[in-house]
Design a protein around this ligand. Structure first.
Ligand code: NAP
Length: 281
C-alpha cells in the first residue's frame, strides 16, 4: 500500500515520518513543498503518475492564522486551489484522500463541543479558506476523509508549546489568554489516527466511511491552562499571568470555544483518544 504525504516538512508531516517505521506494511512517499507544490496541478499529476498512491494525506496547508489576514490570496491558493488540485488528482488516480481541516471553521459561539453536523461560520481568512477547501473537496472527489483538528503541537516545527518554551528562556513573566477554550492535539496522535483510518479503510473497501470527522485529544482547557501544564511538565518556574483576549489583540479573531466532539471518529474507527494532559508528560 502506497501512502503519499504532501507538506512533509510541517508538524504533521514530520510526525508521520516519525511514526512511519511502526507501519512496515505501508510504503510512505513523503513530499516536501519543493517535491510537490500543491498549487501546481501539472506537478500534482506527474508526482501521482510516478508513485500511483492508494492514499494521499494532504498535510500541506497555509497555517499562518494572523498573516493570512494580510495575504488572503496566498492562503486561498494553498488552502482552496491546492486542496482542489489534490482532490482532482486523487480522483484521476482513484486515490483515497485524507485532508486536514480546523476548529477555526467555527465561530466559537457554541457552548457545547462541536459535532460534524454543526454549521461552520469562520471569522478569519485562515478559517474561511480551510472551510472553502473542505467544500471544494466534497464537490470534487467522494473518496475523502476530512479530519478537523485543533491546537496542534509537537516537537516539530512551530507551535504554541515551542513558543512558550522559547519565551520562558527569554522572560520572567508571560501573559496568556484564559478565555479561549479548546483542546490541544499532539501531532503524533493525529498522525496515528490518520494511519488507523487508512488501515480500517483498506480492510473494508466495500463499506467506506467517507466524510468529515473531528479529531483532537480529549478534554478541554484555555491557552493559559495549556501553558501552565507545559511549564509544570518541563519543571519551569515562571510568573504566568492569565489575561483576557481583549488584552492580547491579534489580526485574526479566534473562536472563544472550539472543543470538538469526537464521538463519530471513535465509534466508526474504534479509536481510543488520550487526554491532552497525558500527552504532555
Ligand atoms: N497547527 C495547528 O494548530 C492546526 C490546528 C488545526 C488544524 N491544522 C491543520 O493541520 C494541518 C497540518 O498543520 P501543521 O501544523 O502540520 O502545519 P505546518 O507545520 O504549517 O506545515 C504545513 C506544511 O505545508 C507546506 N506547504 C505550504 N504551502 C505548500 C504548497 N503550496 N505545496 C505543498 N506544501 C506546502 C509547508 O511547507 P514549507 O515549510 O516548505 O512552506 C509545511 O511543510 C493543516 O491542514 C492545518 O490547517 C493545524
Amino acid at each position: 500500500m502506497v501512502v503519499l504525504v504532501t507538506g512533509s516538512s510541517g508538524q504533521l508531516g514530520q510526525s508521520l515520518q516519525h511514526i512511519a517505521p511502526n507501519y512496515q506494511e505501508i510504503q510512505f512517499v513523503f513530499c516536501t513543498s519543493s517535491d510537490l507544490n500543491i498549487t501546481d496541478i501539472a506537478q500534482c499529476h506527474s508526482v501521482f503518475e510516478q508513485y500511483q498512491p492508494d492514499y494521499c494525506i494532504n498535510a500541506a496547508a497555509y497555517t499562518a492564522v494572523d498573516k493570512a489576514e494580510s495575504e488572503p490570496e496566498k492562503a486561498y491558493a494553498i488552502n482552496v486551489t491546492g486542496a482542489k488540485n489534490i482532490a482532482e488528482v486523487c480522483k484521476a488516480y482513484n486515490t483515497v484522500l485524507l485532508h486536514i481541516s480546523t476548529d477555526f471553521v467555527f465561530d466559537g459561539t457554541q457552548q457545547s463541543p462541536y459535532t460534524e453536523e454543526d454549521i461552520p461560520n469562520p471569522t478569519g481568512v485562515y478559517g474561511k479558506t480551510k472551510w472553502e477547501g473542505e467544500k471544494v473537496i466534497l464537490q470534487t472527489w467522494e473518496k475523502h476523509y476530512i479530519l478537523r483538528t485543533s491546537w496542534v503541537y509537537s516537537q516539530f516545527g512551530h507551535n504554541f508549546m515551542k513558543t512558550m518554551l522559547r519565551l520562558a528562556s527569554e522572560r520572567d513573566t508571560i501573559s496568556v489568554v484564559n478565555d479561549q477554550i479548546g483542546t490541544p492535539t499532539h501531532a503524533v496522535d493525529l498522525a496515528n489516527a490518520l494511519v488507523q483510518l487508512i488501515t480500517v479503510d483498506n480492510q473494508q473497501p466495500t463499506t467506506p466511511n467517507f466524510g468529515i470527522y473531528n479529531f483532537s485529544n480529549e478534554g478541554q482547557c484555555s491557552w493559559y491552562d495549556f501553558a501552565k501544564k507545559i511549564f509544570e511538565v518541563n519543571k519551569i518556574q515562571i510568573d504566568l499571568k492569565a489575561i483576557p483576549t481583549s488584552s492580547f489583540p491579534t489580526p485574526a479573531q479566534r473562536p472563544a470555544f472550539s472543543v470538538l466532539d469526537k464521538s463519530k471518529i471513535k465509534n466508526t474507527f474504534g479509536l481510543s483518544v488520550k487526554n491532552w494532559e497525558a500527552c504532555l508528560v
